[in-house]
Write a protein that binds this ligand. Sequence first.
Ligand code: IPE
Ligand code: IPE
Ligand code: MG
Length: 247
Amino acid sequence: MFFRKKKASGELPAAVTIPAHVGIIMDGNGRWAKQRRLPRSAGHRAGAQNFRTITRYASRVGVKYLTVYAFSTENWSRPAEEVNALMGLFKDYLEEALRDFMDENIRVRFIGDVSAFSPELRALIHEVEEASAPKTGMVLNLAMNYGGRDELVRGAKLFAGEVKAGKREPEELTPELLSQYLYTAGQPDPDLIIRPSGEQRLSNFLLWQGAYAELVYFDILWPDFKTGDFDEAIRIYSQRQRRFGGV
Ligand code: IPE
Ligand code: IPE
Ligand code: MG
């Protein structure tokens, strides 16, 4: 289904079900900048700003886990100039996150292969994770250098390594056990995945975990995606009938 932009209404009625785990594919920054004749990096800056607003809002409405797709394993194929701008932005935002989310009781975790980032960025990632570890509120998974296929290959290797070391038997492997070798080990699967920007695809996001997620698409570019649109996604989610293969 496809939803056109509606006016932000603000208040969520009490009857809606707040999904425990929401995923967001933060897409459309480049087109947002293009519309304004700005460099793509300006779109990423606006997108990063919106990420803070929506994250805070999700935490306030009672979402327990929020996973945001910030950089995919395929995004390295973009021009070096754009990749560099994104890396610079991640650094700035992680520094700000250290201050920002600390007041919000948000626990920040990173999913993806962070070993590919610069030592400076890796140090910040570590710092943010450590500093927010004692937080008891919403868990924010920042998907950076994340790819669903990459994650599954990594999980398979981890499991194979344990088999090789004599800690596991191949026969033990079940879907539940495989989940424990993924970045999201111990977390519930996403209930709702939101993709703004008009694209209707997963682009390698939470391939395993999203097996039964409700997908909601918006024809709105990510920097323009408002808290009222988030409300709208939750309203749409609340009206969906989830069957999980049953009747
Ligand atoms: C999403 O916006 C941000 C990243 C993928 C890093 P895009 O940069 O993909 O924006 P569009 O899709 O080109 O408009
Ligand atoms: C998905 O967006 C990745 C992120 C938003 C981080 P892309 O813009 O990379 O996806 P495609 O290329 O349109 O599938
Ligand atoms: Mg895109």
